[in-house]
Ligand binder design. Structure first.
Ligand SMILES: [Zn+2]
Length: 307
C-alpha cells in the first residue's frame, strides 16, 4: 500500500449534511434525495448518514431562526446547556448524534453542503490544515477534470480560527464544506444541483477507494485559494451602506484583481477603484448572507501545494 498522508486509520463513518443554512436548498434537496435512495451513497465498509441540519429553518425558508447554526459548534458552547437559541440547542443534538466533537467523534468525515449567490462555481472548503483532506480534494478535482464531461472544482481554504472552530464540520475528524454557486437563496438551479451531486458521489467513491488502499501513490499538484482578507462596504454619510459592488466585479469572481480595477460604485455613480495588493482573487463577491456582517467580498491568495 502506498504511503499516505498522516491519517492513522480508515474512514468508516461519513455524514452528508444539508440545510445547515435553511435557505441554501441545494444541500437540502441533495440530502433528501440521498434519504429517499440510500443506495446512491452506500459504499462498501462505510456507514453513510444523510442529515438535514436545520429542518426548522428550511421549513421557514430562512438561513436560521436567529443564530447561525454554522457558528454554534465551538466546544465551550456545546458544553453550555444554558444556551437556548434554537440553533444552539440543535447544535448540541447534532453533536450528540454525529460527534462528540473531539478525538472520540463517531464521525470520521462530514461533507456539509452550502450554496452562495456569488458566482463561485464548485468549491471544496477546508478550514486550516488537514493533509488527508487536501489529498482527497486533489484526487476529486483531477478525476472530475479528466472525465469525458469535465467538471471544474476549486479548493478553498479558510484560515483556522484563533480558537476553537465553531463550524458544524468541526465535530468530525475531517470536515469538508462544499460551496456551490451562483444560486439565489431559497431557490434551486438544476445544473448546479446535478454538478454538486456528481462532486459528492465522486468524493464518496474516493473515500471508499482510500479504505481499500487504492489511492494512487503519486503526488498531485493542487491550486489552493486561501482566504486572506474580507473587504467591507465603504460607509455612507449616514453610517449605512454607502456603495454597491461594481457590476464588473460581480461578474468577475475568481478573476485576479489589480490596483485601479473598479471595485465599488456609489449611489451617485462615482466609481471607487481597488487599491490593495495585485493578483489576489475576489470570492464571495456581493454575497447577500454577508451583508449583515458588512462584508462586500473576500480576497484569496492562490498557491500551489503538493497533495
Ligand atoms: Zn451556507
Amino acid at each position: 500500500m502506498p504511503a499516505l498522508p498522516d491519517t492513522p486509520d480508515f474512514i468508516r463513518s461519513v455524514a452528508l449534511v444539508g440545510g445547515t443554512h435553511g435557505d441554501e436548498l441545494t444541500g437540502v434537496h441533495l440530502v433528501r434525495a440521498f434519504l429517499r435512495n440510500p443506495r446512491l451513497v452506500e459504499r462498501p465498509g462505510m456507514n453513510v448518514t444523510p442529515l438535514i441540519a436545520n429542518e426548522a429553518a428550511v421549513a421557514a425558508g430562512r438561513r436560521d431562526l436567529g443564530h447561525d447554526l454554522n457558528r454554534a459548534f465551538a466546544a465551550a458552547d456545546l458544553a453550555n446547556p444554558e444556551l437556548d437559541a434554537y440553533e444552539q440547542v440543535r447544535a448540541r443534538q447534532i453533536n450528540a448524534l454525529l460527534g462528540p466533537k473531539g478525538p472520540s467523534s463517531k464521525t470520521d468525515l462530514i461533507l456539509d453542503f452550502h450554496s452562495a449567490a456569488s458566482d463561485m462555481g464548485l468549491n471544496c472548503n477546508i478550514t486550516g490544515e488537514d493533509p488527508w483532506l487536501f489529498r482527497l480534494v486533489a484526487l476529486a478535482i483531477r478525476r472530475l477534470a479528466e472525465h469525458t464531461e469535465p467538471l471544474a472544482v476549486r479548493c478553498y481554504q479558510f484560515p483556522a480560527p484563533a480558537g476553537d472552530a465553531p463550524y458544524l464540520p468541526s465535530i468530525a475528524r475531517h470536515g469538508l464544506g462544499i460551496e456551490v454557486g451562483p444560486i439565489a437563496p431559497g431557490s434551486m438551479n438544476a445544473e448546479i444541483y446535478f454538478r454538486t451531486r456528481r462532486l459528492a458521489l465522486t468524493l464518496l467513491d474516493l473515500v471508499a477507494e482510500y479504505n481499500q488502499g487504492a489511492w494512487p501513490d503519486e503526488t498531485l499538484s493542487l491550486d489552493v485559494y486561501t482566504q486572506v482578507a474580507t473587504i467591507p462596504f465603504p460607509e455612507g454619510d449616514d453610517g449605512g451602506l454607502g456603495t454597491m459592488v461594481h457590476p464588473e466585479r460581480i461578474r468577475a469572481v475568481y478573476e485576479p484583481i489589480l490596483p485601479g480595477d473598479p471595485l465599488f460604485v456609489g449611489f451617485d455613480g462615482a466609481v471607487i477603484p481597488y487599491g490593495g495588493e495585485a493578483g489576489l482573487f475576489p470570492t464571495f463577491v456581493n454575497e447577500p448572507s454577508y451583508y449583515p456582517k458588512n462584508i462586500a467580498l473576500c480576497l484569496a491568495r492562490r498557491t500551489q501545494r503538493q497533495a
